[in-house]
Design a protein. Structure first.
Length: 191
């Protein structure tokens, strides 16, 4: 949005600057102001408002009341804005290199963060793989121990069963006590 100073408005209307200031002060409800003090600027559209004020006052020595009525019919009332005036094109062009530098810094920071995140993800992936390998080894070791225990239990159960079997006749004949190895040997020999 293009903005003007009071001097520029006065020049466009061919009026003294003091007259334009007078109009601004007396009919401020219809004149949009951006900024404060020496930084005050006016949108280009207010030139038309100033023109209506000047024309109404010149015509048959119009009064302030007539000007108010005319302005009320033609234009909305405006609130005073204390916002900063928008930057001019030259100001925008001066700030573009700064903006580009700031964007480059932000992009560099984001790149570094993404790199750190990638490293963290890679580290976690390696750690998870190592933990899975370790868990697999533990499960395999546990399976081996369970298998060995099961074999030992089966062997012990076989020995108990063999002890409960009747003694061979010749041991009974001579009154010899059974030996676990003898039962295993006799069974192996009889098979």
């Amino acid at each position: 949005m293009a903005t003007l100073t009071i001097a520029e408005i006065a020049q466009r209307l061919g009026l003294p600057e003091s007259t334009v200031r007078y109009y601004r002060d007396h009919f401020s409800d219809y004149i949009l102001v951006i900024g404060e003090g020496r930084q005050r600027r006016y949108p280009a559209e207010v030139v038309e408002v100033f023109q209506v004020i000047a024309d109404t006052l010149r015509k048959d020595h119009g009064s302030a009341t007539e000007v108010e009525e005319t302005l009320n019919r033609l234009f909305p009332r405006n609130a005073v804005t204390t916002a900063e005036p928008p930057q001019t094109t030259a100001g925008q062009q001066r700030s573009l290199p700064q903006l580009a530098k700031q964007i480059a810094v932000v992009l560099q920071q984001q790149q570094e963060l993404l790199s750190q995140q990638a490293q963290a993800i890679e580290s976690l992936t390696t750690e998870v793989a190592a933990m899975r390998h370790e868990q697999t080894q533990r499960e395999e070791a546990m399976d081996r121990r369970l298998e060995e225990r099961d074999q030992a239990l089966v062997g012990a159960m076989r020995q108990l069963l063999e002890l409960r079997q009747p003694l061979p006749f010749w041991r009974r004949l001579f009154g010899l006590k059974p030996r676990p190895l003898d039962h295993a040997n006799e069974k192996g020999a009889s098979s």
